[in-house]
Design a protein around this ligand. Structure first.
Ligand code: BGC
Length: 767
């Protein structure tokens, strides 16, 4: 009897031991088999994040305070929890911890729009290699970045996080970003997939986009990023696309993302899963974030009643396990909590300088000598915007503002003026404290510009050598910008520019404007008043030093615009269908609004402009712009020569020689546009198909740059055949310094037409 009992006991032990395999890279199927339904459902739903309530940090040891979310561990099977944190301008975690004297600051790098302005793949990889090191060393597994939605309209509140109005530039930047981060052995999440091009009612708005525009503009950058960098994760968006929530859309998440593009990672929801957890799970949305018990229960119920098949469940769980074995938490990486913030600050400064765009420089107003007496105007010189608000806001140890940066660079600032601004800011702070006003992370307030009396400006014009005016804008998650007093200048800003220009020009002195903005603003009405305009966007914690580097000529600017600056807001065809003057309560539909009729641009947004987004519209229709896509000046001048286009087995190679004919060393971005043969689908006059940046060319030095273009990237999407099609014929290949400044061209002859059929899935009236 004793022996029988012993045998049963050891059998039981053996069964339990068998059923408890510990996760390894090579036993994923075995672990999957051993998992209970509850454990599987648990793995598909994120867990409570470490939070700070009344100063006390909750969470378990493996969690990272301030990280946006987690995946849950299944300890029995050796499946660790993993940590997900924002992105994209650096890692966002909580900088201090209860009862812990250490700090956990992260580097505030330049925002996505500035990185894209560099048009420099290597530079972006260098930045994100540094950024990814902070992700690794602070114990985080996935950076929730990059944000890659297309700049459909200048007023999207999160454009600063995103790269460009052009899908090729955006896709190439995204791939470089992902490679840099993932080179550290941590993951990325390209977001927000897809058509999340406005913040107003972002949770519910139905983006109504034609299949062609979707494929060519709004999905193209995701396609490039997936194929060229295989991000560990993709984040589906909050909004609907052609009638379906993207997180519940099998066409988007499985048919296109996995079957057509070969994506191998996991898809997670943006931070709020809809009630349809079951539909999301079936659609191929592997992970619900931030996650709650209801979602686990729904998945369990869905499997039990057969709505979710065993294959669907296991497919998602397998994806999760494949992801988990990649992570530092799985590897047991001993992170230091001590990344080299000093070295990374230097990378941030270098990148901001390299990417900055010089929009105007009349009569060589810049560079300055570096020892001038400067009248520094604008509240943003002190209240400097290093990055935007919301989840993209990095908790950095410090922000260098323009005042510090100018002094660091050796300029002497007008003290009276500096004191005036400082006194105002101090007063404002005191008032704010008095009123007890607090600002949520959705709405870090930007101080409005303050008026300076014209008489004072006249004195400053006498006492100083040059005026530098900093104009600022802040924007972020949860709300779009407005046309009035945001895209357009405020009256106080106009008066400031007018009075400063009048007084300084009367005194024979120059006026330089620095645009410390997150999104495009109106420039056409005032740019001719001033001598120079520098565009650093929101350049990160060291960005103001980089502005000074450009002002003094320590850095020769070589950035170019990743989007168009229109003359008027309404010139953008998307403006007719964008909530530009909507007094919105952010993304919070239903908060006190109650039921109502579906409202245009709020509950649904018709992308009536189709593929005619940004320069595709302006360059084709010949509409005047203030600054065209791809535009940016240098302190040097570059000449393009010897354009050559050579057919390859599958497309062509385009090369051109660039010579620096200026007096100082500099870099030039060469943009390659294509004009397709006439007939067939209507196509833009010029479409970006490639780009290259030269090395630093000494005066007189030349470099031949080469760009490869394959036939598939020449294709347009034909809705009638549901295929990508590249017609045969002559393609004009143009080498441009901007989309409106074509310097050389040559022809490529496509001998045969080619087509790539894909699934016919995004009909506007699909169910
Ligand atoms: C944002 C995402 C972000 C997430 C986690 C969401 O509200 O849309 O971009 O990654 O929050 O913080």
């Amino acid at each position: 009897m004793k022996r029988i009992l012993l045998t049963v006991a050891s059998l039981c032990l053996a069964v339990t031991a068998l059923a408890q395999p510990q996760l390894r890279k090579d036993n994923i199927d075995e672990v999957l088999k051993a998992m209970t339904l509850e454990e599987k459902a648990t793995l598909l739903v994120g867990g409570a994040r470490a939070a700070v309530v009344n100063g006390v940090t909750s969470g378990t040891a493996w969690q990272v305070p301030g990280a946006a979310g987690n995946t849950r561990p299944v300890e029995r099977l050796g499946i660790p929890g993993t940590v997900l944190a924002d992105g994209p301008a650096g890692l966002r975690i909580q900088p201090t911890r209860q009862g812990d004297g250490n700090t956990y600051y992260c580097t505030g790098f330049p925002v996505g729009t500035l990185l894209a302005s560099s048009w420099d793949i290597d530079l972006v990889e260098k930045v994100t290699t540094a950024m990814g090191n902070e992700v690794l060393e602070y114990g985080v597994d996935v950076l929730l970045a990059p944000g890659i939605n297309i700049h459909r309209n200048p007023l999207c509140g999160r454009n600063f996080e995103y790269f460009s109005e052009d899908p090729l530039l955006s896709g190439k930047m995204a791939a470089a970003y992902v490679r840099g981060i993932q080179g550290n052995g941590v993951g990325t999440s390209i977001k927000h997939y897809a058509a999340n091009n406005q913040e107003t009612n972002r949770n519910e708005d139905d983006a109504q986009v034609s299949p062609r525009a979707l494929r060519e503009i709004y999905l193209k950058n995701f396609e490039i990023a997936v194929k060229e960098s295989q991000p560990w994760t993709v984040m589906s968006s909050y909004n609907k696309l052609n009638g379906r929530y993207t997180q519940q859309d099998v066409d988007l998440l499985t048919t296109v993302l996995r079957d057509e593009w070969g994506f191998q990672g996991i898809v997670m929801t943006d931070w709020g899963n809809k009630a349809g957890t079951v539909t999301s799970t079936k659609a191929g949305n592997d992970l619900m974030e931030p996650g709650n018990q209801n979602e686990i229960d729904r998945i369990i119920a869905g499997v039990k009643d057969g709505t979710i098949s065993q294959e669907e469940l296991d497919r998602n769980v397998r994806n999760m396990l494949n992801y988990i074995v990649l992570t530092p938490h799985f590897r047991g990486y001993k992170f230091s909590n001590k990344p080299d913030l000093k070295a990374h600050a230097a990378v941030a400064r270098e990148a901001a300088g390299e990417a900055m765009v010089l929009l105007r420089n009349e009569n060589g107003a810049l560079p300055l000598k570096g020892d001038e007496k400067v009248a520094l105007y604008g509240i943003s010189a002190i209240d400097f915007v290093a990055g935007g608000t919301g989840s993209g806001d990095v908790n950095k140890a410090y922000v260098v503002n323009m005042e510090d940066a100018m002094v660091n660079a050796g300029f002497t600032l007008d003290k009276g003026l500096a004191d005036y601004y400082k006194a105002f800011i101090a007063y404002d702070k005191a008032q704010t404290a008095l009123n007890g006003t607090t600002f949520s992370w959705f709405s870090r307030r930007k101080l409005a510009e303050i008026a300076i009396p014209a008489a004072a400006i006249q004195n400053e014009a006498k006492a100083n050598d040059v005026a530098v005016v900093v104009l600022g804008r802040n924007a972020g998650e949860g709300a779009d910008r407005r046309q009035v007093d945001d895209f357009e200048l405020t009256n106080v800003e106009r008066e400031l520019l007018r009075d400063v220009s009048t007084a300084f020009h009367a005194a024979g002195k120059k006026v330089v404007v620095v645009l410390n903005i997150g999104g495009v603003i109106e420039t056409a009405s005032w740019k001719n008043m001033v001598d120079a305009i520098v565009l650093p966007w929101s350049p990160g914690q060291e960005g103001a030093n980089a502005v000074a580097d450009v002002l003094t000529g320590k850095v020769n600017p070589s950035g170019k615009l990743p989007m168009t600056f229109p003359v008027n807001f309404m010139d953008h065809p998307s403006s007719a269908n964008f909530p530009y003057n909507y007094s919105n309560a952010g993304n919070m539909r239903g908060f006190g609004w109650g039921p109502r009729q579906p409202q245009k641009d709020v509950d649904y947004t018709k992308y009536e402009e189709g593929i005619w987004v940004g320069y595709r519209h302006f360059a084709t229709k010949g509409v005047e712009v203030s600054y065209p896509f791809g535009f940016g000046l240098s302190y040097s001048y570059f000449v393009y020569s010897k354009p050559v286009v050579k057919a390859t087995a599958d497309g062509f190679e385009a090369s051109v020689t660039v010579t620096n004919q200026g007096q100082v060393a500099g870099k030039e971005v060469v943009e390659v546009y294509v004009h397709a043969p006439e007939g067939g689908l209507e196509k833009p006059a010029r479409e970006l198909k490639g780009f290259a940046k030269t090395k630093l060319l000494a005066p007189g030095e030349s470099q031949t740059v080469t760009v490869k273009v394959d036939s598939y990237s020449l294709a347009s999407f034909n809705e009638a055949t549901s295929a990508w099609e590249t017609p045969a014929g002559n393609y004009e290949v143009m080498f441009g310094a901007s989309v409106n400044d074509i310097r050389r061209s040559a022809f490529y002859k496509a001998k045969k037409a080619q087509s790539w059929p894909v699934h016919n899935v995004f009909a506007l009236d699909r169910k």
